[in-house]
Every structure is written in structure tokens, then in C-alpha cells.
Design a protein around this ligand. Structure first.
Ligand SMILES: Nc1nc2c(ncn2[C@@H]2O[C@H](COP(=O)(O)OP(=O)(O)OP(=O)(O)O)[C@@H](O)[C@H]2O)c(=O)[nH]1
Length: 324
């Protein structure tokens, strides 16, 4: 189809998807977090800056209660969301955006933590617990804080796949004078049914287990999102002309990237995995899910978004959904 005539899809047909990703160690972690929070002074609630709403887990609200919390948006180097959006969402300033691969970007988090807990007296120092969905970068954050604060090496194992951390860590000192002690926790997903759009977003950014959602569906959802951002197809033009057809796109991608199977046929599944992974790693540019427009629209959008999800949960038989 000629680029000038190209019209992107305005809705994505809800595919048949698993609507939950809640494992035994998630439930165990929640129980343990509830037990431990009485002795915790501050929570770092970690979300992915590419999908700030989809990686917000409301179960944490009930665990955290009235404890001070800083929302930490990781992967800011991969996110296309304007910093103003985060500022508009957190007018009290109790958040920060970080790239956990950059030690300088976590310093503001330490300063904010000291400020938030300035008037408390404790023999133990400031005790912080990190919480967040799987694969959002919690362990990477801990390691970077430790390196920036006390110059020590990696304390927690990290990995590109969801579910690397399985148990709550013992505390790790990330700052001296005042002492700041941090506990890492396993990524926890939503214990209830997840709406289709959130499930697609979480799987495309890698926050649920590989294999739960077909890579071709992830690639199709990515193509749909990229076409919404730029209908000229510029975000993937080096592989294919603008298209709404994932098979056409993946076939062009295979030819361009020489991804052919033994008989010379395009390896569509391999291409889907490869392309999505390149976006996850930032090799194709920055990306944003959860559809952000401008700061003033943010609050209304968030309310509409939550309402839509509530409705969708009530009408699970719906075959189609629209992105706001
Ligand atoms: N580009 C970029 N990658 C990041 C950032 N933070 C984490 N990552 C990568 O994201 C992946 C997941 O990071 P982890 O720290 O293991 O995530 P986690 O939240 O501890 O994961 P779970 O063990 O599933 O709970 C790793 O490949 C990290 O290198 C970031 O700020 N920028």
C-alpha cells in the first residue's frame, strides 16, 4: 500500500490471551512484604517509564498504606514519554526517573530519600524496601544505588527475563552517614485478571514470562502502537513500507535481515521475537505505551483509562477494545 494512502488501525482486536500471571512466589512475596513493612521507613515503588500505568500494581497500595513512598520510573533511557508527564502526575515531587545503568541518575533518589525521612530517629538507619512488577529493574536499581553510594559491586542478580529474583534479599547498605539499608523483593504481578491491553503491554516490554503471549501477537501489537505514534511508518521504514499486516511486515523484515529458514522460507516467528527484542533493548529507538498526550490531559486520561479497564473486566467476552 502506498504510504500516502496508508491508514493505521485505530483499534486492536483483542486476541485470545492468558489474563493472569500470578505465580506461587508472587503470593509468598506479598505475604512476606506485609509482615516486613512495619519495620520499613520508606518504599521505592518501581515502575517502567515506558508503561507507567500498566506497571503500576495496585496490590502495593494496600501493602504500603500510609508509609512514605517514592515512585521510581526506571528505563527512562528507553522511554519516549516526556518528563513533563511524570511531573504532572506527581505534583508533590515524590518520584524520580532513572536509567539504572547510569550511576549519576540515581543520586537524586538518595537525596530525596534522605529528605523524606529527615526527621526520624532510628538506631538502624533508614530502611527501604523496593517493590515492583517483574523485570521493571528493581535489582538493577539496587546494584546501581550501592555502586553510587558505597562504591561496592553488584549485590543482586539481574537478567533480561522476568522472574530472576525469587526471594526477598537481606538488607544491602547503599549509603553511609546516614545509613540507608535496602531490601530487594521479587517482582509481583497483579493477583487478579489483567485486561487485554495491559497484558499485551506487559508482555511486549518483557514484564511477564516469555512464552505466555505469542511473539507474533507482541509484534503485531508493537506494529499497531508504532503506527499510532507515526502513521508515516518512519519508525520501521528501513524494514517495510507502512502496513497494518504483521505477516507482510515480518516477511519484509526476514528478507531485510536475512532471517530465512532452511528451505529459504521467512522465519516469521524468529523475526517477531528478534524485532520485539530490539525495541525492548532500545536498539530501534524510544517507545511509550499507555498513550500519553500532554500533561494537562494526563489526569483525565488516567481516570478514563481506569474506568475503561473496570468496564472491560466486567465484560470479558468483548471481542474488541480501543486505545484511548
Ligand atoms: N536500558 C535500561 N535497561 C534497564 C534499566 N533497568 C533495568 N534494565 C534492564 O532490565 C532487565 C531487568 O532488570 P532487573 O533488575 O533484573 O529487573 P527486576 O525488576 O529485578 O526483575 P525480577 O527479577 O523479574 O523481579 C535487565 O536486562 C536490566 O539490564 C534501565 O534503566 N535502562
Amino acid at each position: 500500500m502506498a504510504a500516502a494512502n496508508f491508514i493505521p488501525r485505530t483499534s486492536f482486536p483483542a486476541p485470545t490471551l492468558p489474563r493472569a500471571y500470578f505465580l506461587g512466589h508472587h503470593a509468598k512475596a506479598i505475604r512476606k512484604m506485609r509482615e516486613m513493612t512495619a519495620d520499613i521507613d520508606l518504599i521505592y515503588e518501581v515502575r517502567d517509564a515506558r508503561a507507567p500505568l500498566s506497571t503500576r500494581n495496585t496490590i502495593f497500595d494496600s501493602i504500603i498504606g500510609v508509609k512514605p513512598r517514592v515512585v521510581v520510573y526506571t528505563k527512562k533511557d528507553l522511554s519516549a514519554i516526556h518528563p513533563e508527564m511524570f511531573r504532572a502526575w506527581h505534583p508533590r515531587g515524590d518520584y524520580c526517573t532513572v536509567n539504572t545503568h547510569d550511576h549519576t541518575s540515581v543520586k537524586s533518589l538518595v537525596n530525596l530519600s534522605k529528605r523524606l525521612c529527615a526527621n526520624r530517629e532510628s538506631f538502624f538507619g533508614l530502611r527501604v524496601m523496593i517493590m515492583g512488577m517483574p523485570n521493571v529493574g528493581k535489582s538493577s536499581l539496587l546494584n546501581t544505588l550501592r555502586h553510587a553510594g558505597v562504591g561496592r559491586r553488584k549485590a543482586a542478580k539481574t537478567g533480561a527475563l522476568a522472574g530472576v529474583t525469587r526471594n526477598i534479599s537481606s538488607y544491602v547498605k547503599i549509603h553511609e552517614d546516614p545509613d540507608i539499608l535496602v531490601y530487594d523483593t521479587p517482582g509481583v504481578s497483579l493477583p487478579k485478571t489483567i485486561d487485554a491491553e495491559t497484558m499485551l503491554t506487559l508482555s511486549t516490554i518483557g514484564s511477564i514470562s516469555v512464552g505466555l503471549v505469542d511473539p507474533t501477537i507482541q509484534a503485531d501489537y508493537l506494529l499497531y502502537q508504532l503506527n499510532l505514534v507515526d502513521p508515516s511508518g518512519s519508525l520501521y521504514i528501513k524494514y517495510s513500507p507502512p502496513t497494518n499486516d504483521i505477516e507482510d511486515f515480518l516477511t519484509s523484515y526476514c528478507l531485510r535481515m536475512h532471517r530465512l529458514s532452511k528451505g529459504g522460507y521467512p522465519d516469521l516467528l524468529g523475526a517477531a521475537t528478534h524485532w520485539v527484542d530490539r525495541w525492548r533493548k532500545g536498539l530501534e529507538g524510544r517507545i511509550a505505551f499507555d498513550d500519553f498526550k500532554n500533561p494537562s490531559a494526563y489526569k483525565e486520561w488516567e481516570a478514563a483509562h481506569d474506568e475503561r479497564r473496570r468496564k472491560e473486566r466486567g465484560q470479558q467476552s468483548d471481542q474488541k477494545f480501543r486505545v484511548a
